[in-house]
Design a protein around this ligand. Structure first.
Ligand code: ADP
Ligand code: ZN
Length: 726
């Protein structure tokens, strides 16, 4: 066969595709294919893989077979090729018998340059017979990670490709993927028996993407705020379930954001219409399950938000990869809660054992990514077997807000020793158990409690040591054992390090609150990271000043969670202020003014988006239960009676009343308390709260517990807060 010259290749690039230059290593890849060598292309999404097989298919005689898993994508590519005058066709289950025969006839007569085939069509016997008759230039296997159970998108039919292609005689293979971890890469090579292929691996670094992980607390508020800060820009919000997609899309719509849902359970016409609306910019934000985005080439997606944690780092990388394809701004924000990981784990419950174990490991890696304080970019690239040596990428939250670092040399040495002494055969949990001296069955059965490293790290926590193990990995002192998922081995560099250690700085992981509400609720607090610390300090200062003037303890004015939320939502009117947790009508009137003034000034000086811009509208009213309780108390009904009529325990009712009080509603319980305590005793408890540091109940029990019952203290606290704070 005649090999096309570099000139032909270049002119085809211009004439057919309209480009002047090749991107990255496209040209070398194409030459390699034209030289009839097996070729393995690993390139991040959007880098231009398709051209690598389309162009050589065009300049060569015969037909190139392209195996691709997605029918929709196939049609898309065929349309694109036909539009530029190239005869491309597809063979899949959507064709009628007649259409199928026509495609085959045209292929055999040599008219077709590219034939896209679904893997399940490839394995059909009649198609194998047909392919044997065709003049095939090469076989391209797109999305080759589908071969591996370690990819995010395993397709069992992909495993059979090699045996079929083997029947077609000597044809060069080209495998392409955007998701090659070293493990997946090895799987592909083994399965396709491409050991001697030329590998072209591009960098996976997406320098224009900013990566950020935030604790999933008050996520809806954060979401609205983020989207409003990027008003008019295109973005994708990924959610885990169809139900969540619907819910969030509706929530955005109610909040005046042009958005539409997208998931596989929707009517396909509606789904396509929503996709088009996004591509045509009739809607700004598409809320979707991971079903959205494959083959979508919208260059100016400015943000990708993971409302729920993704299932794997591969998935996360793919999805975030849809931001900033034009090389301009792309923000990738993920809301993380360990609860999401647990939820995902439950979904895997019914899978076969190995599949479940695999899924679990992938999830653990995801959790580790989110919790780690190491540069996000470094972690992602490391995951794809690529090292980044920049100390600070300046384009991720961990680099722009670094955690305090400390000397890690001795900890790292401990980890290396532990991996070494256990003969490179164990996972992170075992290594950590060993170091902290936990006598698990496993540890004892291997007599690892006899090792010199056993228990040397018992002064530090399990999470501390997990962070050290991961950083030992990122620093390449240990590495993953490619044949045994989850297992670590000591690297050459690690052995050298033990012999000749030097200073390595490490940091602790982030600690994300697992308690508390992830979405909206009246009693959630904003996590430390989410609020404006400067403003918070200023608000605290103001609170102190006013408390002094009024001769009240500061917490009576506003409690910390209220100030935190003010420092998140920047309320600048009485109405805004009332939406803040713990601030009711009367409290806003009584104490609000100076706070609003301070915030207004601050917002003005710092050019900040305010609460009215991010005001959250929800459809849910106050729960019926609460309204009932408030009404009953107004009517001075005894608490026992209220509890009984609601079918609640008395203690639960008191807790509910505390919630009502803490969220800013004034309640008058005098009618009830006066039956329990005389004036002197009431005075006594009052004095305590007046001088206390906070309204914390435990502290109050400690101080008053000998003379008063828990119930009395609780009720008096409600009375006190109602009188002074609201
Ligand atoms: P991938 O399959 O790797 O995700 P695509 O093949 O869809 O990426 O290509 C992504 C985009 O880059 C497409 O819009 C494509 O037309 C464009 N592209 C590919 N090669 C070049 C090139 N050499 N010059 C300019 N644009 C290119
Ligand atoms: Zn970074």
């Amino acid at each position: 066969m005649e090999v096309a010259t570099g000139e032909t290749v270049k002119s085809t690039l211009k004439e057919v595709f309209g480009y002047d230059t090749f991107r990255g290593n496209q040209e070398q890849i194409i030459q390699n294919i034209l030289n009839e060598k097996n070729t393995f292309v690993i390139m991040p999404t959007g880098a231009g893989k398709s051209l690598c097989y389309q162009l050589p298919a065009i300049v060569q005689p015969g037909t190139a077979i392209v195996i691709s898993p997605l029918i929709a994508l196939m049609k898309n590519q065929v349309d694109q090729m036909n539009a530029v005058g190239i005869n491309a066709r597809f063979l899949n289950s959507t064709l009628s018998k007649t259409e199928m025969n026509k495609v085959k006839k045209d292929t055999i007569s040599g008219d077709v340059k590219l034939l896209y085939v679904a893997p399940e069509s490839l394995t059909k016997e009649e198609n194998v017979e047909f392919l044997k008759k065709a003049n095939i230039s090469f076989v391209a296997i797109d999305e080759a990670h589908c071969i591996s159970e370690w990819g995010h998108d395993f397709r069992p039919e992909y495993r059979r490709i090699k045996s079929i292609v083997g029947l077609l005689g000597q044809v060069p293979l080209i495998a392409l993927t955007a998701t090659a971890t070293p493990k997946v890469q090895l799987d592909i090579v083994k399965n396709l028996m491409m050991e001697e292929s030329t590998v072209f691996k591009s960098s996976f670094n997406r320098a224009n993407l900013y990566y950020e992980v935030r604790p999933k607390q008050q996520a809806k508020k954060q979401l609205i705020r983020f989207i409003k800060e990027h008003k008019g820009k295109s973005g994708i919000v990924y959610c885990l379930s169809r139900k969540k997609v619907e819910e969030i899309a509706e929530f955005l719509r109610v909040n005046d954001i042009k958005s539409a849902p997208y998931h596989a359970g929707m009517d396909s016409n509606v789904r396509m219409a929503n996709q088009d609306a996004f591509l045509n910019e009739d809607v700004d934000v598409i809320v979707a399950t991971i079903a959205f985005g494959m083959g979508i080439d919208k260059p100016d997606v400015r943000f990708v938000i993971h409302y729920d944690a993704p299932k794997s780092i591969e998935g996360y990388y793919q999805e975030t990869g849809r931001a900033g394809r034009d090389g301009l701004e792309g923000k990738c924000l993920m809301f993380y809660s360990y609860n999401d990981i647990l939820k995902l784990e439950k979904f895997n419950k019914d899978k076969a054992v190995t599949e479940r174990e695999n899924a679990k490991l992938l999830l653990e890696e995801m959790a580790s990514y989110a919790e780690s304080s190491v540069c996000r970019r470094k972690q992602l690239l490391h995951y794809f077997g690529e090292e980044s040596h920049a100390a600070n990428c300046e384009m991720c939250d961990n680099c722009t807000h670094p955690k305090e670092q400390f000397e890690g040399s001795k900890y790292i040495q401990t980890v290396i020793k532990a991996v070494h002494l256990t003969e490179n055969r164990f996972d992170i949990n075992h290594i950590v158990n060993l170091i902290i001296g936990k006598e698990t069955q496993h540890v004892k059965s291997y007599s690892h409690d006899k090792l010199e490293v056993f228990g040397v790290g018992r002064d530090e926590s399990e999470t501390f040591w997990k962070a050290v193990v991961r950083q030992t990995l990122f620093n390449e002192f240990i590495k993953k054992d490619i044949d045994n998922p989850g297992v670590f081995k000591v690297a050459e560099k690690g052995l050298q390090y033990i012999a000749d250690p030097y200073s390595v700085k490490i940091s602790k992981d982030h600690e994300y609150e697992t308690e508390g509400e992830e979405e909206e609720s009246e009693k959630t607090t904003v996590d430390a990271k989410a609020y404006d610390e400067n403003l918070f300090e200023m608000l605290k200062g103001l609170r102190k000043k006013i408390a002094k003037q009024k001769n009240l303890p500061p917490y009576v004015i506003f409690q910390d969670p209220s100030l935190e939320e003010m420092a998140t939502l920047y309320p600048t009117s009485q109405d805004d202020l009332k939406t803040i947790i713990g601030v009711g009508d009367s409290k806003a009137k009584k104490f609000g003014k100076p706070f609003i003034e301070l915030i207004e000034k601050y917002v003005d000086e710092n050019d900040i988006l305010t609460a009215s811009d991010v005001l959250i509208k929800t459809s849910g009213a106050k729960s019926k239960n609460k309204i009932f309780i408030i009404q009953q108390i107004d009517r001075q009904i005894d608490l026992e009676e209220i509890a009984e009529s609601r079918g609640m325990k008395y203690e639960d009712l008191v807790v509910e009343i505390e919630h009502i009080c803490d969220s800013g509603t004034k309640l008058n319980l005098d009618y009830y308390i006066d039956q329990l305590l005389d004036d002197d005793r009431q005075e006594d408890i009052y004095d305590y709260f007046m001088s206390a540091e906070s309204d914390d109940l435990n502290a109050a029990f400690d101080e008053l517990g000998e003379d008063y019952s828990e119930d009395e203290i609780r009720l008096m606290r409600i009375k006190f807060m109602s009188e002074f704070a609201h």
